[in-house]
Design a protein around this ligand. Structure first.
Ligand SMILES: [Zn+2]
Length: 64
């Protein structure tokens, strides 16, 4: 998985990974997004990936 420069990687462990850009933050467990938040909505429901800010971030990290 390649991460572009504008995406900051907060934490990367064996199982968990936290990435964020200027609009959203996503927590991934074994590569699957499990929780997210953004500047517009705050925290989203668990496994809710419908937010456009979150989708943009996931695209940047190659999830979609
Ligand atoms: Zn949102």
């Amino acid at each position: 998985m390649s991460i572009q420069e504008e995406v900051r990687e907060f934490f990367k462990g064996h199982y968990y990974e936290i990435v964020e850009d200027e609009r959203a933050q996503v927590i991934l467990l074994e590569g699957e997004p499990i929780a997210s938040a953004c500047i517009e909505h705050g925290s989203h429901d668990v496994f809710d990936l419908n937010c456009p800010h979150v989708r943009d971030l996931l695209k940047k990290i190659g999830y979609f």
